[in-house]
Design a protein around this ligand. Structure first.
Ligand code: SAM
Length: 203
């Protein structure tokens, strides 16, 4: 169940919040980062910090840029780790808004305005480069994104899916979990924090 709402943090109108159980709890509201709207909850940041702090990754691929404000967070993390950042969106409805911080990190330089499925071959080539790749499925069809890109993962690579438990869940992709030897990381934290970010490592 969805309802249009105002962010309890910034008071700006944001996308629909998702009802988890009985409540529209604050950790289910989409949040802002540096004052700009993201299509995530604050608790997603806890999970990403927990994962990224300990991981020696070489590149981060975000499928679904939207307004580009979560992309700013990921790109900043990549800059701090000397890793490469790529983000993809065909941008029919959404677009990066060109905020000062997006310009500061040259977000445009990381943006690819393409259909991820049409451009899948190129994305797969990027995944298969040496060093740990993290790919976040946050486009329009997470199940199809996982099915398309999981076959290219190397041992130790990470595939994460937003809207985990809603648009995509174990019952839908158990065959792929088995076939590509994926193991969920930070499951306890995901449940405790009630986030919709499912994170898997290729074993
Ligand atoms: C949920 S939003 C991304 C949210 C963003 N990652 C954030 O955290 O703020 C999903 C985006 O995926 C894009 N999208 C959907 N299908 C796509 C496709 N086949 N190729 C490229 N982009 C796509 C949409 O245009 C939309 O902007």
């Amino acid at each position: 169940m969805n309802k249009q709402t105002i962010s309890p943090y910034s008071k700006i109108p944001i996308g629909p919040s998702v009802k988890h159980g009985k409540n529209f709890a604050p950790n289910t509201f989409t949040c802002t980062f540096l004052g700009e709207s993201c299509q995530q909850t604050f608790n997603a940041f806890f999970i990403w910090e927990k994962l990224l702090c300990k991981l020696d990754f070489k590149r981060f691929i975000e499928l679904g840029t939207a307004l580009g404000n979560m992309s700013v967070y990921f790109k900043l993390f990549c800059i701090n780790r000397n890793a490469k950042f790529y983000t993809y969106d065909f941008g029919r409805k959404n677009n990066i808004t060109g905020t000062p911080v997006q310009k500061f990190v040259d977000l445009k330089g990381s943006c690819n305005k393409v259909d991820i499925f049409v451009y899948a071959k190129e994305i797969k080539e990027i995944i298969s480069k040496p060093g740990i790749t993290i790919i976040l499925c946050d486009g329009g069809d997470k199940v199809h994104e996982l099915r398309t890109f999981a076959p290219s993962l190397k041992k130790g690579d990470i595939i994460a899916c937003h809207d985990w438990g809603r648009d995509i869940k174990t019952s839908i992709i158990q065959p792929e979990i088995n076939k590509y030897n994926l193991k969920e990381l930070l499951q306890k934290e995901r449940k405790e924090l009630n986030t919709a970010t499912g994170i898997f490592i290729k074993k």
